[in-house]
Design a protein around this ligand. Sequence first.
Ligand SMILES: [Zn+2]
Length: 535
Amino acid sequence: MNIVLYDTTLRDGTQRAGLSLSVEDKLKIARRLDELGIHYIEGGWPGSNPKDAEFFRRIPGTALRHAKVAAFGSTRRAGIRCADDASLQALAAADTPVVTLVGKSSVFHVERVLETTRDENLRMIAESVAFFKQLGKEVVYDAEHFFDGYAADPDYALATVAAAAESGADCVVLCDTNGGSLPRAVEECVRAVRALVRTPLGIHTHNDGGVALANALAAVAAGCVHVQGTINGYGERCGNMDLIPLIATLQLKLGYAALPSERLPQLTEVAHAVAALANLNLDPHAPYVGRHAFTHKAGLHAAAVAKVPESYQHIDPARVGNEMHVVVSELAGRSNVRLRARALGLEAGDREREVLQRLKELESRGFQFEAAEGSFEMLVRRAAPDYAPPFETVGFTVVSEKHGEQTTAQARVDLRVAGVTWHGAADGQGPVNALDRAARQALRHAHPELADLRLVDYKVRIVDEHLGTAAKPRVLIESDFGGERWTTTGCSENIIEASWQALSDSLELALVRRRERRSAGKKATSRRSHTEAAT
Ligand SMILES: [Zn+2]
């Protein structure tokens, strides 16, 4: 059975407080969703703001290969003709193959919010749908507050969707606009509509009761063939139904076809890419695609997954493009260290005991490596007998000043590279920024590749809250190095020192990985030239 996926990240998703997308971001997301294989992309509400109108002007130029673009708007206003309704005009002017019209299903909303009559609302729905059918559009009809309307007055709610269906709507979508419905009621309701309406049915749910996904699955079980949602569940209040776990669940567990199966491994990357464009951090515990969706911590579980991965995992993470992680913590046994080192492509070998000891010692001082795989990697690497650090810290000075309204920060860093000490000095927006810039300045001749390293997140936590100001800050820094990401950590009574530990781990890791790749490249080339010479 095929399920049609309708994405409304660009319209309903942007209703989320704190989420704002530029036209450029919206075009990028549309392209990415098209590559994934989403069938419909709702671009926005052309009558509502100039940004959405510009999106519709520019989207034809992006030449989507597969997805159809939908423009969203509401049924005509009460008491006027469709041809005289400015917002229907704007919708038509968006020039999309699909128009999605939202109309009222609940008497309460008709009388109290629209302040019109039941009959006029039915005419508004029927005439607006017919208006766009005459223009040759595919029309999706969104029945707003359908489940609440049905609970209050089932006959009237059914009459509204019948009006849309009889006027030629191509799909009738039942909306749980306030997000308060429960799966059983949704299922019953969908069956009631199915008994009356032959038009394909769709479902649009919100997560206010924490069951948006369960409601969508219940609706599909009852016969809905079109599902609306957003990537990562972005949306107003508690969010829309999250398309990512919906797709994975439909496809991997229920045997429905939504995306071509070879595209499912793109889910993790798409979830992260949309989060990055929205300037939000993807919940690390998001089902299927979160960084920790397949992370094992306790020694016992980790030992089991090392032997049989499926022992504590509901699916093979590779099927959605994710991977298994093992976190290292105070609970860690040697098998955790071994597994994690192996996952990084390193062999701790004889050094396992030594790494574990050092780990436990640092954790007792307030370090935490569970979320800092970059610092863990450096710990393993430094334990190697032939490890050569790309630089060593000689010292640093940081000065932060405040004069009136203005605060400034300067840092000076001295680093030794191959026996030579280099000095770097820089201003920054804050002391950590100044430190970072000064360190790169010191390394700019020896290691120009560090220009590609970006700090994307900086977090500080107090380790022992009850100790108040004497407590130790723990710093986590997330870095991006040409698409590779890692988190490093530091912990000290001195917040600048804690930041430097995390920062220098990140700089060092970038250099060590680059060095390793270069030497692997050289070996491969020399191997190739050997074989070429032999053949
Ligand atoms: Zn909605």
